[in-house]
Design a protein around this ligand. Structure first.
Ligand SMILES: [Fe+2]
Length: 194
């Protein structure tokens, strides 16, 4: 049903090829397991939906983890495609960041602050069409705490697998810096839809 995407990634600053390869392999695992859950539910329902109800229910609960794991990694790797760029000075992203956080620098500072949240998950910047404003949230695992219906603008993976080929856990802040240095902000800005 879903096919793992490939990404045209440049050489990254502070993130090795090995690190990215390991991470892409994990991404492919989420695609595989999303398909596996969907196929297994279908099979169990066709065999005996009533008898298999408990297992089907548990698989349905698990779908959000695998699906969001797949989709969040697609947002993540896409952001490196084309290489790092500076956010357009007159662009929507810089304007919204200024309105919400005071300045571009404050916006970046806020992302780093949220990245300091203990535990594994993601820092996600969303655009709320209703409020016409950015939101920055910490999402546990891949799915817990997502703000419903809001397009993802920036997705920063803060699972240890995202950086532990290159860094140790105490160096998470260095990884955050490396991540931000490699972002193609043009890709990020294009995700803002009104
Ligand atoms: Fe990841």
């Amino acid at each position: 049903m879903y096919t793992a995407r490939t990404f045209d990634l440049p050489e990254l600053k502070g993130l090795s090829t090995k690190q990215i390869e390991v991470h892409l392999a994990l991404y492919e695992g989420y695609v595989k397991h999303t398909n596996l859950i969907l196929e297994t539910i279908k099979k169990l329902r066709s065999e005996d939906a009533e008898k298999n109800a408990f297992v089907i229910n548990e698989l349905r609960r698990r779908l959000g983890f695998e699906f969001d794991g797949m989709r969040m990694h697609e947002y993540y790797f896409e952001q490196f495609e084309g290489g790092s760029t500076v956010a357009s000075p007159e662009g929507t992203l810089r304007k919204l960041a200024g309105e919400r956080y005071g300045s571009w620098e404050d916006f970046i500072g806020h992302i780093k602050e949220v990245a300091g949240t203990r535990g594994i998950g993601w820092v996600v910047v969303y655009f709320d069409v209703v409020a016409g404003a950015l939101h920055t949230a910490f999402v546990n695992d891949h799915e817990l705490g997502q703000l419903t219906g809001l397009p993802v603008v920036l997705a920063m993976d803060l699972w240890e697998h995202a950086y532990m080929v290159d860094y140790v856990p105490a160096e998470k802040k260095t990884y955050v810096e490396a991540f931000l240095e490699n972002v193609n902000w043009t890709v990020v800005e294009a995700r803002i839809k009104s």
